[in-house]
Design a protein around this ligand. Structure first.
Ligand code: NAD
Length: 435
């Protein structure tokens, strides 16, 4: 089998590396020349556990890389599209990257010797594939089923475990209005996935909607437990961890995504929630629940500032250490990271901001340049700060102990991710939202 993958970001590169390990002949295409040069050397352009070893093998076993869609693109049996679908200034999904890729494919369709299958893996709002992509591919008198097949196959991987999730997804959704082409893709996946892999076949638009419903629900679940944490914060002797633990024992609820914290960030939840809100409004439904989730999440970072102000009255010129800048652990992705938002607020309060992250410092330097003080070692944050805030639950931060907290001028660590045991011994305080 030959596969083309257009867009080598978190999703596309993980897929390319994984499929190569399954002896699929893969050609990866990305318009970013620097990215392609880095990948060619076997170096992933972003940090993702195990990706490097997969990539190195893939390069050795013949992963092909290109910076543009060439005439032979349709020598591939499947062409996956994994380009970014961000939000534009009107808070709508921005389809420009996708449209550029589709336009190039349409131009190359005349060179196809067999009917190619084009698969939209990028997250797109319901109706996009049928109403926007299909008519573009049909330009120059091409027809679906005769000249190309078109499917949607939304991706559910999580950054930080992208390879693991690509290797064994909890479900494979194949959306398409033609049962024959859906079957073709399911058969392909059956050759590379284990026997007990779950598959769901549905129509194109439902597949698109499933992805948004999933992310909107998870965003709501996080926001729900954050609301419980904020209530617990006001009730002496309550602890949201126990609340979440017991709620999670209810099989109707489950423990996952019930960790109270500073709010969700990252490249998917905020933008997908926003895209769904705008899309719903455009089709005549006002999604009040989702808007509330968004509002609550945007405000959650303020509870961190409030907690800080409660303990340090005047923030001006105070040295605040931030532990963790990536939007979650095991990634260097800082897109929509709550830490970035917090840093901006602290700078507005005229704080001196000291930062550490095991993987994301370089990305943060690109944004803040000399406005922050950067530390390569997390322990240094304690020597140099008046107070510290743990924002990303990196494993190494679990080693933080009262002796380290003691070095902070105010002897206070705000543990927004609740990974440390709270201790008031010797006047040392590690505070979490929701205690
Ligand atoms: P990304 O921004 O990391 O990568 C996208 C890549 O596409 C970039 O390298 C960019 O240079 C390339 N690109 C853009 N236009 C192109 C074109 N015309 N031709 C070739 N390459 C092009 O994006 P990502 O995080 O991998 O996300 C891709 C899609 O998958 C998005 O729709 C996203 O919502 C969805 N998704 C992402 C995740 C995730 O955790 N990152 C999870 C599930 C779904």
């Amino acid at each position: 089998m030959k596969v083309g993958i257009i867009g080598l970001g978190f999703v596309g590169l993980s897929l390319a590396a994984f499929l190569s390990s399954k002896n699929v002949q893969v050609t990866g295409i990305d318009i970013d020349k620097t990215k392609i040069q880095t990948i060619q050397k076997g170096i992933p352009p972003f940090y993702e556990q195990n990706l490097q070893q997969y990539l190195k093998k893939a390069i050795k076993t013949g992963l092909k890389l290109k910076t543009e869609i060439s005439n032979d693109v349709f020598s591939n049996d499947f062409i996956f599209i994994t380009v970014s679908t961000p939000i534009n200034k009107h808070n709508e999904i921005d389809l420009d990257y996708l449209k550029t890729a589709i336009r190039s494919l349409n131009k190359k369709l005349q060179f196809a010797k067999k009917t190619p299958t084009i698969i939209i893996k990028s997250t797109v709002v319901p109706g996009t594939t049928i109403q926007t992509i299909k008519p573009m591919l049909e330009g120059n008198s091409f027809r679906e089923s005769t000249d190309f097949n078109l499917l949607t196959n939304p991706e559910f991987l999580r950054e930080g475990s992208a390879i693991k999730d690509t290797r064994s997804p909890h479900v494979v959704i194949v959306g398409g209005n033609d049962a024959k082409s859906r079957k073709k893709l399911v058969e392909f996946y059956k050759k590379i996935y284990s026997k007990n892999q779950n598959y769901v076949e549905t129509n194109t638009t439902t597949a698109e909607m499933i992805k948004y419903a999933n992310n909107a629900f998870l965003a709501t679940k996080i926001t729900f437990i954050n609301s419980m944490a904020n209530i617990c914060q006001k009730i002496p002797d309550t602890n949201v961890d126990d609340v979440a633990k017991v709620m999670g024992m209810d099989p109707r609820i489950s423990r996952l995504f019930l960790n109270a914290g500073p709010g969700f960030g990252g490249s998917c939840f905020p933008k997908d929630l926003q895209a769904l809100i705008t899309y719903s409004k455009n089709i005549g439904y006002s999604p009040k629940l989702l808007e509330t989730v968004q509002d609550c999440n945007n405000q959650q970072v303020d509870s961190v500032i409030k907690l800080l102000k409660k303990n340090i009255k005047n923030l001006r010129n105070k040295k605040i250490g931030i532990l963790g800048l990536a939007f979650k652990e095991n990634t260097n992705d800082i897109r929509e990271s709550v830490s970035i938002n917090l840093i901006k607020k602290l700078l507005r309060e005229k704080c001196i901001v000291n930062v550490h992250d095991p993987k994301a410092l370089k990305n943060v330097k690109k944004i803040f340049k000399n406005k922050l003080v950067y530390f390569d070692e997390y322990k240094q944050i304690f020597h140099h700060s008046d107070c510290a805030i743990l924002m990303t639950p990196w494993n190494e931060y679990k080693k933080i102990n009262p002796n380290m907290i003691k070095q902070l001028h105010y002897k206070i660590l705000i543990d927004t991710r609740r990974i440390l045991k709270n201790s008031n011994k010797d006047g040392l305080i590690s505070l979490g939202i929701g205690v």
